[in-house]
Design a protein around this ligand. Structure first.
Ligand SMILES: [Zn+2]
Ligand SMILES: [Zn+2]
Ligand SMILES: [Zn+2]
Length: 133
């Protein structure tokens, strides 16, 4: 992960694309949930603004999951794709995904019952994973 800003700039119009690719590769190389700070540390040659923009973009395209921890902290991890929820382990920090269409239907019904125009939802369950007991 050593795409220097100079090298990127010399690629003229492809500057952002090259940097984005570097950010994506840093994500692939990072096991488990990471912070934007972790990414910045792994990408000394890429500007913070670019890292933040790329994170936002990948999140909007469902490539990246944003996981809110119990203490309000935020972690990211590459998504397996599709709508899902998270099981967040407070001991090892691991984040597992689960999908449940029946649960989503209930959420939609609750929103409708409250005459609430639902745009989306995210769900994080906090506790300890099977390995941490
Ligand atoms: Zn996820
Ligand atoms: Zn755990
Ligand atoms: Zn859901």
């Amino acid at each position: 992960m050593t795409v220097a800003e100079d090298t990127a700039v010399s690629l003229a119009g492809h500057r952002v694309t090259a940097a984005r690719r570097a950010v994506l590769e840093a994500m692939r190389a990072t096991p488990g949930p990471f912070t934007v700070e972790d990414l910045c540390a792994a990408l000394p040659g890429v500007g913070r603004a670019t890292v933040f923009r790329t994170v936002k973009l990948l999140q909007e395209h469902d490539v990246l999951c944003r996981v809110v921890l119990e203490d309000g902290g935020v972690r990211y991890q590459l998504s397996t794709g599709g709508h899902h929820h998270h099981l967040v382990c407070s001991r090892c920090g691991g984040v597992q995904e689960f999908a449940d269409p029946a649960l989503d239907l209930l959420i939609q019904q609750n929103a409708r019952a409250a005459a609430f125009a639902l745009d989306g939802h995210s769900l994080e369950l906090y506790g300890r994973c099977a390995a941490c007991g």
